[in-house]
Ligand binder design. Structure first.
Ligand code: MG
Ligand code: MG
Length: 253
């Protein structure tokens, strides 16, 4: 899973290097697809069944789009924020990760949204080494976001990951009495989960667009999304989709 995770990280590094005003979301997707081919990795998103099969290797969601945006002809503009989510399998094991990029200068409140969303993922990773139940991590995540005046999306959650991209358990970024009672799980060595907070500037509510995939905020306000695949080891949480030295493009033999 570490090797798959490093390929996903490498894909995100390619995205980070090319994302700028004037680039289309389709060009980003094509670059990631070419990288997966070069690495011998199998993209996990393309062909995912739905009313129409998902047509791309990345979900690319711009501004008020929360998740599951379809890459295409859309040209990125200064002030946009762009969430890129992608995953692959390598030798039968999966990795899944997402990041939101500011395009040029963004409004200060939008930058705070990005910092809050990456911050709440970092918080979750550190708490995974200190708490014994996911419900305690999720509760602190929701508090962290609420204290900054933003909202956690509740319609979509993280997931277990391994041989398949989506495995049990479900990994919400908030806690409810029903979750604590019925679905909570222990954080113990051997567990690997994809933690993926989606944070909205306004209402937490989302709606599907007519392309059957893209989810956007109901109020048109921006949304951010960060995700890592994280293993709990005997020595604590290990982020599988992050290279030991950030910024380096990873080539896996
Ligand atoms: Mg993902
Ligand atoms: Mg995921």
């Amino acid at each position: 899973m570490r090797r798959a995770g490093l390929v996903v990280w490498g894909a995100h590094d390619i995205v980070a290097a090319m994302i700028r005003p004037g680039v289309t979301t389709g060009e980003i997707d094509a670059a990631v697809e070419a990288f997966f081919v070069e690495q011998g990795a199998v993209p996990l998103f393309k062909g995912v069944p739905g009313k129409v099969p998902f047509p791309a290797v990345c979900c690319i969601s711009v501004n008020d789009e929360v998740v599951h945006g379809i890459p295409g002809k859309r040209v990125l503009l200064p002030g946009d924020i762009v969430s890129v989510d992608t995953g692959c399998s390598l030798a039968g094991w999966c990795g899944d990760s997402a990041r939101t990029h500011p395009i040029g200068e963004v409004a200060p409140a939008v930058q705070r949204l990005l910092d809050c969303t990456s911050g709440v993922l970092d918080l979750a990773i550190s708490l995974m080494g200190k708490r014994s139940r996911w419900s305690d991590v999720a509760t602190e995540m929701a508090t962290f976001v609420r204290d900054q005046g933003f909202t956690v999306v509740e319609n979509f959650v993280g997931h277990g990951i391994g041989r398949k991209m989506h495995e049990d358990p479900q990994v919400p970024n908030f806690c409810s009495p029903s979750f604590r009672r019925n679905y909570d799980f222990n954080l113990e060595p051997g567990l690997v989960i994809a933690v993926e907070p989606m944070v909205n500037m306004g209402s937490k509510r989302v709606r599907a667009l007519s392309d059957h995939w893209t989810q956007s905020t109901v109020d048109g306000q921006p949304s951010a999304h960060y995700e890592h695949t994280i293993a709990i080891t005997e020595s604590g949480p290990e982020v599988l989709t992050r290279a030991p030295s950030p910024g380096e493009i990873v080539r896996v033999e």
